[in-house]
Design a protein around this ligand. Structure first.
Ligand SMILES: [Zn+2]
Length: 79
């Protein structure tokens, strides 16, 4: 079966949109500090950081990491 260029394009589009929307734990750890800073400053979470938020809602181990990080940052802040 041969795919037309349009079909190939739409398949690639699907794969890329899934990949950019889903974050694995490594990707989450890479951005978690930045995400925590937004939280701590009560800033609005930018669209690019919402993948981190979604990952934290689904992943307990990253959520634990985030909570620990927040505690640490809050402790520094209150010094
Ligand atoms: Zn995770």
């Amino acid at each position: 079966m041969a795919l037309s260029n349009d079909q190939i394009d739409s398949l690639i589009g699907m794969v890329t949109s899934v990949a950019s929307d889903e974050l694995d734990c490594d990707g989450c750890f890479g951005r978690i500090a930045e995400f925590a800073e937004y939280h701590l400053a009560s800033k609005e979470i930018p669209e690019a950081m919402k993948v981190v938020q979604r990952h934290l809602e689904q992943c307990l181990c990253c959520k634990d990491e985030f909570n620990a990080l927040m505690k640490g940052l809050e402790a520094i802040d209150s010094d």
